[in-house]
Design a protein around this ligand. Structure first.
Ligand code: HEM
Length: 374
């Protein structure tokens, strides 16, 4: 089955004892807007974390340094600006970074999600990532507002139970997997559809995939290139063509994206606890609330900037409370991203710090551009 391949990383995850950490998921805000959460979900989050930690540590032995377990292959980190134009939003939805028409300096990290990272060619089908970090944002836990997006409009797991069923099916071999496909047809369909081939990272549309809060409502969001894609094809014989195309394009031109939010106008129809379900776009239209300008630039493939791409931490919970992630899957991410980021920084003997400008390789942040590989 095709969808066994993208999840090969899960196969390596063996059952590990729940190892509780200092992070407390119950420090998160109370559930609202249709969210559900229980001690069972908290246990599930710790179980997924333990499996992920083990996988990161095992892979580090062969990589020479500790990488993300998901989205380890970065095509590049690029300098951008994120300019809000909230006129299209009703006043009650002008919250968080959308409260004011303001421009933020940002970093964007483009990635492939496959845990095998650089061992996999860009030509292979994969889920692709675009993580946007707005810097110096007030009322956020670490000073940044991160928008994590992938090429899948809808996520492939319904909730904690579904995510762990998939883990267990993968451990049980092909018969269990086939059974999972039969008993979870929508999840299997989403999983298959999530992996795509792309010609250019900068010409691709990316989605939040899960719901977030937008003041009194829930929302999804997406980033769409301003221009129609070129006729370029994926390159079979160059495993790193996505990085090369980013570097070439931005040497000569800037690139623009429109950033949209999709406020949920049908909360009774669009469940928060099932991100596999898309929302009707006529009834809940996408609204263009910001423009992302990726600057004309050089140095994307320099060693220092590639190190920066390893060291930077993107996390959906780096957010203003009014635009926080919603739902079980997202609550689990609150524990997992923080702990995996901490683990890989500890393993690489470096510090978790947030960039504050477009020159992180100079001045006090310069540790962000350093990485000792064995
Ligand atoms: C329970 C579900 C999920 C788990 C356990 C998970 C786990 C992870 C982990 C551990 C990382 C690396 C974090 C770090 O070390 O800094 C990561 C990165 C990432 N994840 Fe997830 N993830 C989940 C769901 C999602 C969803 C729904 C999206 C949809 C947008 C997503 C998009 C990304 C992206 C784009 C990155 C790369 C960020 C970067 O460029 O640094 N993940 N994920």
């Amino acid at each position: 089955m095709k969808w066994m391949i993208p999840l090969a990383f899960l196969i390596s995850c063996q059952e590990a004892p729940i190892n509780r950490t200092t992070a407390n998921l119950f420090d998160l805000p109370p559930t609202e807007l249709g969210e559900t959460w229980s001690t069972k979900n908290e246990d599930q989050a710790h179980k997924i974390l333990a499996q992920t930690q083990e996988m990161v540590q095992t892979r580090a032995a062969s990589n020479g340094f500790m990488q993300r377990d998901a989205h380890p292959k970065a095509h590049g980190c690029v300098k951008a600006t994120f300019s809000v134009n909230n006129n299209v939003l009703p006043p009650e939805l002008r919250v968080g970074v959308f409260a004011k028409n303001k421009s933020y300096d940002a970093w964007i990290r483009y990635s492939n999600s496959d845990p095998d990272g650089e061992k996999k060619s860009d030509f292979e089908k994969d889920v692709r990532g675009m993580a946007v970090k707005l810097m110096n944002v007030e009322e956020t836990p670490v000073g940044s507002q991160d928008f994590l997006m992938i090429t899948a409009k809808e996520f492939f797991s319904k909730d904690g139970d579904d995510y762990l069923s998939l883990f267990n099916a993968l451990k049980g071999g092909s018969a269990r997997l086939a059974l999972y496909g039969i008993t979870h047809p929508l999840s299997a369909k989403r999983l298959l559809g999530a992996r795509i081939q792309i010609a250019h990272s900068l010409e691709t549309e990316y989605f939040s995939s899960t719901p977030y809060k937008l003041g009194p409502k829930s929302m999804r969001f997406k980033a769409k290139p301003c221009e129609a894609p070129s006729n370029d094809e994926p390159v079979k014989d160059d495993p790193f063509y996505l990085r090369k195309r980013i570097v070439e394009k931005l040497k000569k031109n800037e690139v623009c994206y429109n950033f949209f939010v999709q406020p949920n106008n049908e909360p009774k129809v669009n469940p928060i606890e099932d991100p596999r379900q898309g929302w009707n776009e006529e009834k809940s239209p996408y609204l263009n609330v910001a423009t992302i300008k990726i600057l004309k630039q050089e140095g994307i493939d320099s060693k220092a900037q590639l190190n920066f791409c390893e060291n930077v931490s993107m996390d959906p919970w780096h957010t203003h409370p009014e635009t926080r992630p919603l739902g079980q899957i997202n609550r689990m991410r609150a524990l997992i991203y923080q702990e995996i980021s901490r683990l890989r920084h500890e393993g690489n003997r470096t510090m978790v710090i947030e960039p504050i400008d477009h020159t992180p390789c100079e001045g006090p942040e310069k540790v962000l551009c350093e990485l000792s590989r064995k």
